[in-house]
Design a protein around this ligand. Structure first.
Ligand SMILES: Cc1cc2nc3c(=O)[nH]c(=O)nc-3n(C[C@H](O)[C@H](O)[C@H](O)COP(=O)(O)OP(=O)(O)OC[C@H]3O[C@@H](n4cnc5c(N)ncnc54)[C@H](O)[C@@H]3O)c2cc1C
Length: 398
């Protein structure tokens, strides 16, 4: 086995792991991030939900049940985490609009409104009510987006279809990165003589330059333009992930990609190393502290069996919300599935409760009692708890 030494090893490349990693690497710590693969951010809209319980997310957080992990994060740290995020994304060329004190609406591909706190600048011009008339541009053959869903819910909405020569989300987004393609598209768009107040697109306007592309189109046609998030593969979700990943590397962090953690080495109250399965042989990565950010069930941090739910890296105790029959609501689309409460319980420094470990900190979707769907608190909670975990980790190491 080979041995490498770090100050901190983070497990998981989601919003939580990458945020904690950038925080620590930016303060001079030697940080490695180990991940089995892509995070749930790639499935998401790319919008940062903080808390959808109230129009003001900060007031919404105050209404959360006492066990919710947001109550372990001082308000100042919530503000700091979102400010840091907006500054980092500006630096990486994917600016975010919005403020922590006000939720806003994002038009969904079904014509409904999703509530979120910070949105990519490409969605900033989305209507906040039903008054604005909208012209939707769709793309020939694109299977992930049907303007008729939106038109059936909104009066004052029309659509046109452009033939981009390819029909996949990724293919169209790549084309928009080409100057010639963008130019001929704008010529076509101007020729449509659109009367409506705003022009909407499925979120395919570029891979990493979407903010600039939206600005260029809006300036050239003289109307507000915005993207509508689509189902996975979600371009805004991928843009978010890529920007966070690049930012972490820019701060000096190292990523071990496709290296799932399969075991640990321990001594007394300390974890000494994680063992990863990589390139056909185990590698032991050694550090002074560890941050667990492996997400919930979709991310792979929690695994549900018939009767129990487990965390399989450190074998931490998992809070299970009662017997299996209480895990799910009969209504599939309900926000009240009890399983949303499953996760790791922690103390105020985000160390796992009821364990001897001094040098593990836990953050993000793997925490207990989050009920992320019900409370609309996905990426925002991941960022805020990542800041707390990183600060606790820093104090511990010092
Ligand atoms: C379909 C979907 C859509 C969503 N949309 C939104 C949205 O629009 N806005 C919003 O705010 N929130 C959204 N959420 C919620 C949000 O994605 C999560 O709450 C949040 O991003 C959790 O981040 P995380 O970093 O804790 O974990 P995750 O994003 O789950 O990342 C976990 C990481 O850990 C890695 N990992 C797991 N096991 C191991 C292992 N053994 N070894 C090494 N690495 C491992 C995974 O590969 C992954 O990189 C959505 C969630 C889903 C499922």
């Amino acid at each position: 086995m080979s041995v490498t030494e770090y100050d901190v090893i983070i497990i998981g490349a989601g919003v939580a792991g990458l945020t904690a990693g950038a925080f620590l690497a930016g303060r001079g710590f030697k940080v490695a991030l180990v991940t089995s693969g892509e995070p749930t951010a790639c499935l998401s809209t790319g919008c940062i939900d903080v808390c959808s319980r109230d129009h003001n997310p900060l007031l919404g957080i105050k209404e959360l049940p006492p066990a919710h992990p947001f109550h372990l994060v001082p308000e100042q740290t919530i503000r700091e985490s979102l400010n840091n995020f907006q500054a980092a994304m500006m630096d990486m060329g994917i600016p975010y609009a919005g403020a922590l004190t006000e939720n806003r609406f994002v038009l969904s591909a079904l014509g409904t409104f999703k509530t979120s706190c910070l949105v990519p600048s490409t969605m900033k011009a989305a209507p906040q009510d039903t008054k604005d008339s909208i012209h939707i541009i769709s793309f020939r053959g694109l299977k992930d987006f049907y303007p008729s869903y939106i038109i059936s819910r909104r009066k004052n909405t029309k659509f046109s279809v452009y033939d981009a020569g390819v029909s996949s989300t990724m293919g169209i987004a790549s084309h928009f990165e080409e100057k010639e393609f963008l130019e001929s598209f704008i010529v076509w768009l101007k020729g449509q003589n659109i009367d409506e107040d705003k022009i909407a697109f499925p979120a395919v306007l570029g891979l990493e330059s979407a903010a600039e592309i939206v600005k260029t189109i809006a300036t050239r046609v003289g109307k507000p333009v915005f993207e509508i998030p689509t189902i996975p593969p979600s371009m805004p979700g991928r843009r978010l992930f890529n920007a966070l990943k690049d930012y972490f590397r820019k701060k000096g962090g190292t990523i071990y990609w496709a290296w799932p953690v399969v075991g640990i080495e321990k001594a007394g109250r300390l974890i000494e190393a994680v063992v990863t399965q990589s390139e056909g042989r185990p590698n032991s990565l050694n550090a002074r502290a560890f941050i667990l950010a492996t997400g919930s069930f979709v991310g792979g941090g929690l695994v549900a069996g018939r009767e129990t739910i487990t965390e399989n890296i450190f074998n931490l105790p998992v809070h299970v919300p009662g017997p299996r029959e209480t895990w799910f609501d009969n209504d599939y689309f309900s926000f009240n599935h009890g399983i949303g409460k499953a996760g790791i319980m922690v103390d105020s420094s985000l160390r796992p409760a009821g364990t001897p470990w001094e040098n593990i900190f836990v953050c993000g979707g793997i925490l207990a009692d989050t009920e992320i769907l019900k409370n609309g608190c996905g990426h925002g909670l991941a960022m805020a708890t990542a800041h707390v975990a990183a600060k606790s980790c820093m104090e511990y190491i010092r």
